[in-house]
Design a protein around this ligand. Sequence first.
Ligand code: SF4
Ligand code: SF4
Length: 86
Amino acid sequence: MALLITKKCINCDMCEPECPNQAISMGDAIYQIDTDRCTECVGHYETPTCQKVCPIPSTIISDPAHIENEEQLWDKFVLLHHADKL
Ligand code: SF4
Ligand code: SF4
């Protein structure tokens, strides 16, 4: 499942450069996550790195509107990074 940045975000800029999929960008008021690019860091890290670097607890949460299993997240990783080899 993709992750979601909630209104608790203080726009500290910590997460955006850390995302291995360039899924995080500035939205209208706070940072946002592109659900088509977020793999929960599958393929790169053991745990979501944006959650790790975010200084405000519970700001980045699982997005209940975008539930995906491990296989779907790996498919997304392959499409994002290795589409030329498919
Ligand atoms: S979980 Fe990983 S891929 Fe998803 S937005 Fe956070 S850093 Fe990017
Ligand atoms: S690290 Fe957390 S508080 Fe900082 S911009 Fe990202 S979501 Fe917002």
